[in-house]
Design a protein around this ligand. Structure first.
Ligand code: HEC
Length: 354
């Protein structure tokens, strides 16, 4: 009986958690040789960029320096493999980066990528593999450089409401991120710049398959009534398999006027990644439970949010997320529609690579 149970569990985990194929263990020494033969002229000896070299000056675009640990850490190895195989153009970078798919096979490309990843110690930086898709409510754990616009339209009794948020987030140091947000709200004849938020997030634990961050944000009312609030959250991301991504966050809100009037929000989302190409439509399902601190059990609110992420640029550094939120428990509103526009500005200008 126990053995049956174990077999079932192992089968399920083999199906669902299938790890990236370990068929080829990358050979860094081989990667170094490939690099010395094919790449040094542009990317520099020892993967250290020499911006003064005549070759680089003739390219008209300066490649990033692989020996810079922040840059090296935040680009996923899989993206580099695609750029090396298909050329810079494939992911919205310069055509000066030539496709090597004819000269090198997939194993050689994996080897040279492993070599590039080995040229500098990035162990204190969260890896770019953990820069997971941005969800609507679930907080993101990865400390990215990004500008995000969120529009939310609520259909409800009385006047429908429209809320807009503009976020600016910037990496601070190795694993931190500063957060600035502006919130605008409109309901009936009231239209106001409701509040500003300022905060800090830090990745406290990470690997190539998980990331956990803690954050604190202070919301200060601008035109809205009230005293503002403190929000704290934990955000977690996990790559379950090459095709499945799970993210979750637990957020606590404490109004300054009375912390016991606050609430807890637990959110989780599963994304299906069916293609390595970023300019695709990726479906996801998000579930959120909100519980006021001062609650009888009936106050627990559940909502479900089917959504899609649409990569707009070839490298996916500008992406749209569209979703609908449905109440699963009693709610004062009928439905909410969300649109999120994300620009990951570390990966290039807004108009690059469309
Ligand atoms: C003719 C010059 C040239 C050669 C040869 C070349 N590259 Fe590049 N590579 C570039 C340029 C230029 C860029 C920057 C493109 C951009 O930022 O728009 C680039 C970008 C890249 C990137 C993407 C970095 C990022 O910004 O995410 C990778 C990875 C890369 N090259 C790897 C290689 C490897 C590996 C080789 C050898 C097999 C190689 N390159 C050979 C010019 C070259």
């Amino acid at each position: 009986m126990i053995r049956d149970f174990r077999n079932v569990l192992m089968t399920i985990s083999a199906l669902f958690l299938a790890l990236p194929s370990a068929a080829h263990a990358a050979d860094i020494d081989n990667g170094r040789q490939i690099y010395d033969t094919y790449c040094t002229s542009c990317h520099g000896a020892g993967a250290r960029l020499d911006p003064s070299s005549p070759v680089i000056q003739g390219l008209g675009v300066t490649p990033a320096d692989f020996s810079d640990p922040l840059f090296n850490s935040r680009e996923p190895a899989a993206d580099w493999e695609m750029v090396i195989k298909h050329g810079g153009h494939a992911l919205g970078l310069s055509e000066q980066m030539p496709a090597q798919g004819e000269a090198l096979d997939d194993e050689q490309i994996a080897d040279v990528t492993a070599y590039l990843k080995s040229v500098v110690d990035t162990s204190a930086f969260p890896p770019g593999e953990m820069n997971l898709m941005l969800a609507i409510r679930t907080k993101k754990a990865f400390p990215e450089d990004e500008v995000v616009y969120v529009g939310r339209y609520t259909e409800q009794d009385g006047d429908n409401a429209f809320k807009q948020v503009l976020e600016y987030e910037k990496r601070i140091g190795k694993a931190g991120q500063g957060i600035v947000e502006l919130v605008h709200e409109r309901e009936g004849s009231v239209s106001e710049l409701a509040e500003a938020e300022i905060g800090y997030k830090h990745a406290v634990s990470f690997s190539r398959s998980h990331v956990l961050s803690a954050a604190a944000v202070v919301a200060i009312p601008i035109e809205a009534d009230g005293d503002g609030e403190l929000q704290t959250y934990l955000a977690y991301g996990k790559v379950l398999s090459p095709s499945w991504i799970f993210q979750s966050s637990l957020r606590l809100k404490f109004p300054f006027e009375g912390a016991s009037d606050g609430e807890a929000e637990l959110a989780g989302i599963v994304h299906y990644v069916h293609s390595p190409w970023p300019r695709r439509v990726f479906p996801a399902l998000e579930i959120v439970a909100t519980n006021p601190f001062r609650s009888s059990n009936g106050d627990l609110e559940w909502t479900a949010m089917p959504q899609v992420r649409i990569g707009l640029t070839r490298g996916g550094h500008v992406a749209l997320n569209l979703g609908v939120e449905f109440p699963l428990s009693d709610q004062s509103w009928d439905q909410r529609y969300y649109m999120t526009l994300l620009w990951d500005f570390a990966d290039g200008g807004f108009f690059q690579g469309w």
